[in-house]
Structure formats: C-alpha cells, structure tokens
Design a protein around this ligand. Structure first.
Ligand SMILES: [Fe+2]
Ligand SMILES: [Fe+2]
Length: 150
C-alpha cells in the first residue's frame, strides 16, 4: 500500500479514534469509581491511569504527526532510522501500559449486576486495548519496514 495512504488511515482510524475514546473513557471511569467507591470490585485508579496513558500516547502521536510521518510522506523514510527506533521503544512502553490498564479493569470481568456505565467502561477499555495493539502492529510491521526500504 502507498505509504501516504497508510499514514492517513493510521491517523484517522487510530490516532483520532484513541483521542475520541479516551475523552469519553477517562470521565466515565472516574464516575464509575466514585459511584461504586465502596464496592469490592471497583476499578480503583483506572481513571487516573487512563489519564497517564493518554498523556504518554498523545506525546508519542504528536512526535509521529509532526516529525516522523512528514519525513515518510516526503520520501525520506530511509533516513528515519533514529526516530523509528525511538517510536518502537515507546511502543514497548505502551504495550506495558495496556497490561496494567487491563489489570486495573479486572481483566474486564464485570461484577454481578453491573450497571450500564460499568459495562460500557469495560467494553470501551477492552476495545481501546485491541485498537492500540493493532495500531502498534501496523506501524511496527508494515509502515516502518516499508518506509525504511524506500
Ligand atoms: Fe501512531
Ligand atoms: Fe506509534
């Protein structure tokens, strides 16, 4: 696939999507944590963790959007070994964060009689986990190797 087209799809299907999802999931998590504060299975700390994840992801995506992707689109991907290596190191950190996020969300196992917000929260967090994983896979296995080969 054409590299510019691949980048545009990543921006639309992943970068923007993660931003939209986190904007909903952070307040939703804080609401569930507050309403069910004394429930034994409350996902305590998940909202704060999603905020940290969002901050790190934002920082990473901005580097891709402002530095790496313009290099690749400009046909200078083969000179981008340095930035690509940094992005791949950061992807490892993100995968680490996804494991912690899943643990804080109790492996997405809902308590008996969970309310709609709690169900929506775990469903949304699980989707986010799958989408960030797919995003990393596309960059590591398709975009970066092809860009370096240009
Ligand atoms: Fe990305
Ligand atoms: Fe990335």
């Amino acid at each position: 696939m054409d590299l510019a087209k691949m980048i545009d799809e990543i921006l639309e299907n992943y970068h923007q999507k993660h931003r939209d999802d986190l904007e909903v999931l952070i307040p939703l998590s804080k609401k569930v944590e507050e309403v069910h504060a004394d429930h034994a299975e409350v996902p305590a700390g998940l909202g704060d963790f999603l905020e940290k994840l969002s901050f790190e992801l934002e920082n990473h995506m901005q580097k891709e959007e402002q530095i790496l992707f313009p290099m690749i689109k400009g046909g200078r991907g083969s000179m981008a070994q340095g930035p690509i290596q940094v992005m791949m190191y950061e992807h490892v950190d993100h995968e680490d964060n996804l494991g912690k996020m899943k643990a804080l969300a109790k492996n997405y196992k809902l308590p008996e009689g969970a309310c709609g917000s709690w169900s929506a929260l775990y469903k949304g967090v699980q989707t986010l986990e799958q989408e960030i994983t797919k995003h990393i896979e596309i960059e590591n296995e398709q975009l970066f190797p092809q860009a370096l080969n240009e």
